[in-house]
Design a protein around this ligand. Structure first.
Ligand SMILES: [Mn+2]
Length: 355
C-alpha cells in the first residue's frame, strides 16, 4: 500500500509540499494539473510539477485531473478530437512516471453536496454534508451558484468556471439520454484509450458517482457493484480499473463497500483507493465524518483488511477531511484532518500486517 495525498499545486494549494512530506508514512501525491477537460497537456508544465514533487521527496505516480470532455460522454462527433488529446496526455504522463489516472464518467456534476461546511454538533468541527430535502426546489443552476459561494474563493475540482458556464446548454443536451446510451459512449472511449494504457503501462481508474444515486434526472452508471461490473467488462483489461472511493460508494448504505473492495481486488481491478468515513443521517442524507470507525458508519478496519487481503500494492489516500482547529482551506481538503486520517489508516495497516 502506498499512502498518498491529494495536492492542488503550489499556485492554488495553501498546503506546502513540505507539510505533506512531514505526514508520517506519506510516499507521494495523487496530483492535479489545472487543465480544462479535453486539452492535450503540455509536457513542459507537467515535467515542472514532477520536478517540484520529487524535489520535496515525494512520488507522483497518480494523477486525478485528466477530465473526460462532455462531448465524449454525450457521444458527439467532436469526441474523436478530444479522445486524441486524451491519448496524447496518457502517453505523456506515462513517459513521466505516472502509473494510474483517476477519472470519472459522470455527466455534468463531478460530485454534489448541499452544505460544504456543516457544523458537527458533537465537537464544533465542520464537514461536507448532503440532504436531498435541502435541494427542495433548487435546480442545478442554483446548486452551482450556492456551491461557488460556499467555496471560500477556491475553485473546486469538477466545478471549474469554464465548464459551468455552459451548464444550461449541457443539461439540455443530456435530456432523454439513458444509462445504456451513456455506457455505449463510455465503451467507445475505453476502446480507444485502454489499448494505449496497456502499451504505456498506465491504469485508468474510474471514480464512483458521488453521491451514489441519480441526481437531476441525469444518467449515472457508476454507483453500485453491479454497474462497476459492467464498466470493467466494457473493455476487459487489467488497465480498466476502479478507483474505489469508500465515501462515495458508501454514501448509499445499500452498497457493501468491504464486499466491493474484495470483489474488485480479487479481480485485480482496483487501480487506487480513496478512503474516508460517512455518517448516515437518513434517506439520501449524510455527512462526511472523521476517518475513525466509531465516528461514522463505515468499518475502516474491515476496509483496510480487504485492501490488505486483495490489493495490497494499491495507492490509498485519505479522501476528504473535516475542517478542524480553525483551519481555512478548500472544503474537504484541509491539512489537519487528512493528516490525522492518513496516520490512523497507517496505524490500522501496521496492526493488520503484524497480526
Ligand atoms: Mn473520492
Amino acid at each position: 500500500m502506498k499512502m498518498t495525498f491529494r495536492w492542488y499545486g503550489s499556485k492554488s494549494d495553501p498546503i506546502p509540499l513540505k507539510y505533506v512530506k512531514q505526514i508520517p508514512g506519506m510516499t507521494g501525491l495523487m496530483g492535479l494539473l489545472d487543465k480544462p477537460a479535453g486539452v492535450d497537456w503540455p509536457e513542459e508544465e507537467f515535467k515542472a510539477l514532477v520536478d517540484e514533487v520529487h524535489g520535496a521527496g515525494l512520488e507522483l505516480e497518480v494523477i486525478e485531473s485528466v477530465n473526460v470532455h462532455e462531448d465524449i460522454k454525450m457521444g458527439l462527433p467532436s469526441r474523436d478530437e478530444y479522445i486524441e488529446n486524451y491519448i496524447s496526455t496518457i502517453k505523456m504522463l506515462a513517459r513521466n512516471g505516472v502509473k494510474v489516472i483517476i477519472y470519472n464518467f459522470m455527466p455534468v456534476f463531478d460530485w454534489l453536496r448541499t452544505d460544504l461546511a456543516r457544523v458537527i454538533p458533537e465537537d464544533g468541527s465542520n464537514s461536507l454534508y448532503f440532504d436531498e430535502k435541502d435541494l427542495g426546489d433548487m435546480g442545478p443552476l442554483e446548486i452551482v451558484r450556492k456551491t461557488q459561494e460556499d467555496s471560500h474563493g477556491f475553485t473546486l475540482p469538477g466545478w471549474e468556471p469554464e465548464r459551468l458556464a455552459l451548464l444550461e446548454k449541457t443539461l439540455k443536451q443530456y435530456e432523454g439520454m439513458t444509462g445504456d446510451d451513456l455506457r455505449r459512449h463510455y465503451k467507445y472511449f475505453l476502446d480507444a484509450v485502454i489499448p494505449v494504457c496497456e502499451e504505456a503501462g498506465v491504469r485508468m481508474a474510474c471514480h464512483p458517482d458521488d453521491p451514489a444515486w441519480p441526481i437531476f434526472g441525469l444518467p449515472r452508471i457508476a454507483h453500485t457493484t453491479e454497474q462497476f461490473d459492467k464498466i470493467v467488462k466494457l473493455h476487459d483489461s487489467p488497465a480498466n480499473t476502479v478507483c474505489l472511493c469508500t465515501g462515495s460508494l458508501g454514501s448509499n448504505p445499500e452498497n457493501d463497500v468491504v464486499a466491493a473492495i474484495r470483489h474488485f481486488g480479487e479481480m485485480d481491478r482496483i487501480g487506487a483507493m480513496h478512503v474516508r468515513n460517512v455518517k448516515f443521517l437518513g434517506h439520501h442524507h449524510f455527512r462526511e465524518a472523521a476517518h475513525l470507525s466509531c465516528t461514522g458508519d463505515l468499518d475502516m478496519y474491515a476496509i483496510m483488511k480487504a485492501i490488505h487481503d486483495t490489493c495490497p500494492d494499491t495507492y490509498v489516500r485519505p479522501d476528504h477531511g473535516r475542517m478542524i482547529w480553525d483551519e481555512v482551506g478548500r472544503p474537504g481538503y484541509g491539512l489537519y484532518d487528512r493528516a490525522l486520517g492518513a496516520t490512523y489508516l497507517n496505524g490500522l495497516w501496521e496492526a493488520i500486517e503484524r497480526a
